[in-house]
Design a protein around this ligand. Structure first.
Ligand SMILES: [Zn+2]
Length: 223
């Protein structure tokens, strides 16, 4: 019995990558500085991290990954197949950087249509924020179940009121960072920025998990 106890105590904890199930090297620099690491370095690099800035309506934001097929697959498994443990993977390698860059910021998720969250059983952005202990406020709601990327440019311009404010609060002492999973044309983010700006935040920026990059160039049409 005593031997078993000692053996149990000294046996290393094995962490497996939530994407590929490979064992994560606990002695790597990233793993040592981030106790909640959940993906291996190979999967991280395959997700094609970019950390590039983009500008929408004069507001500077940042996206982390290229929106390529690997990222699309993982996002589909998470959002479409309700694979909740994948919530840990998106900020796994960047959480320390994000906590420094957005210190004193409150995150505001771009909302999904409520019925979609109900069907899924969770809001995918909120779960990522909760997992990483990032402060957030649900200031926006989505009133229509329309996917912006499915609309033409003209239709998108007509759909000016895709979101509305959940509450009208004074943000003059608050720094706000809007957060979304994907930016393609930038039109949803533009609408969200306009609404949050009406609450006069002290500072405003945005963070997006992914954005398509072609030959090193971003394709946001609404700079
Ligand atoms: Zn992996």
């Amino acid at each position: 019995m005593r031997w078993n106890k000692q053996d149990k105590k000294s046996s290393p904890i094995i962490i497996r990558c939530v994407i590929c199930d490979r064992v994560i090297n606990r002695n790597s620099l990233v793993a040592l500085s981030n106790k909640s690491i959940s993906i291996c370095q190979t999967c991280y690099l395959e997700l094609d991290p970019k950390y590039q800035e983009i500008v929408i309506d004069s507001v500077k934001g940042l996206f982390i990954y290229n929106y390529d097929s690997k990222f699309q697959d993982i996002l589909y498994l998470y959002k479409g197949c309700y694979d909740l443990p994948l919530r840990s993977c998106f900020l796994s390698y960047s959480i320390n950087f994000i906590k420094v860059r957005y210190r004193n910021y409150i995150f505001v998720p771009l909302p999904s249509y409520k019925a979609r969250d109900k069907e899924r059983g969770f809001n995918h952005i909120e779960e990522i924020l909760k997992f990483n202990a990032l402060p957030y406020l649900n200031l926006l709601k989505k009133d229509k179940d329309i996917k912006q990327s499915s609309l033409s440019k003209e239709q998108r311009e007509q759909e000016k009121n895709l979101f509305s404010l959940n509450e009208t609060i004074d943000l003059s002492n608050k720094k706000i960072c809007l957060i979304d999973d994907v930016i393609t044309t930038g039109s949803s983010m533009r609408q969200a920025l306009r609404l949050i700006r009406s609450l006069k935040p002290k500072k405003i920026t945005f963070l997006v998990l992914s954005h398509p990059v072609y030959k090193g160039k971003t394709c946001c049409k609404n700079h």
